[in-house]
Design a binder for this molecule. Structure first.
Ligand SMILES: *[C@@H]1O[C@H](CO)[C@@H](O)[C@H](O)[C@H]1NC(C)=O
Ligand SMILES: *[C@@H]1O[C@H](CO)[C@@H](O)[C@H](O)[C@H]1NC(C)=O
Length: 207
């Protein structure tokens, strides 16, 4: 009985409506339905595409110029004597990403302009006639930015003492700026190796 009443009430407006008006409404609804079905199909396709491409879709491709740019070299040979103003060469590679360090001249040429961290450690390993004092500068385009010092003592057995000095700087470099470590003050110094002498740099922020 309740079901009959509901159906009757729903049918009343249809029955009383003008037939042409009804047809018009049906046509409009049919057209709207067609558009909606098409929209749903398009959205389904786009969702499938996104799912297939995954999250990679939104990550821009990594560029070579994003780095990292870093070099890290050390001295493995036990000892080498350098003269005043000589660059100290660190021939043995630990890490080199992006190049720039020449392990025959000891000079690093900045591949990009930006803020770099440069660090060096040197081991003084006095061996007559070289000086027991090792003074060196971190040079940037010919200007001494920081000095390093170590004092070793010559002798045999327990009388022989080595010493290590180190320094770290943060410095803005131009593309092509040259950075190296050079001997200062003494005419002859002996730089120790055995992995105690290092020269490293890292491009922190590219300008
Ligand atoms: C410089 O580095 C290269 C590559 O790591 C190495 O083969 C070469 O022996 C190094 N040069 C010197 C002088 O040690
Ligand atoms: C330094 O050490 C070397 C090697 O042990 C030795 O031949 C030389 O005489 C020493 N020099 C001095 C000033 O002690």
């Amino acid at each position: 009985m309740l079901k009959f009443i509901t159906t009757f009430v729903l049918l009343v407006p249809l029955v009383t409506a003008n037939e042409a008006e009804l047809q018009e409404r049906i046509d409009a609804l049919t057209a709207q339905n067609k558009r909606l079905v098409k929209t749903v199909q398009i959205l389904e396709k786009r969702i499938t595409n996104l799912e297939q491409k995954g999250i990679k879709h939104n990550v821009p491709a990594r560029r070579q110029s994003d780095g990292p740019w870093t070099f890290s070299y050390r001295r493995d040979a036990t000892r080498q004597t350098f003269k005043r103003n000589d660059p100290i060469v660190f021939p043995n590679k630990i890490t080199d990403l992006g190049g720039g360090y020449d392990n025959t001249t000891g000079i690093y040429t900045a591949p990009h302009a930006g803020l770099y961290m440069i660090t060096c450690s040197v081991l003084a390993d006095h061996n007559s006639p070289s000086s027991p004092q090792l003074h060196a500068s971190i040079m940037v385009d010919g200007v001494a930015k920081a000095n390093v010092f170590a004092y070793s003592e010559n002798g045999s057995g327990t009388g022989h003492h080595r010493d290590q000095g180190s320094s770290t700087i943060f410095v803005m470099l131009n593309q092509g700026s040259r950075v190296w470590v050079k001997v200062i003050d003494q005419d002859h110094v002996t730089v120790g190796g055995d992995r105690y002498s290092l020269f490293s740099g890292y491009l922190l922020w590219q300008s």
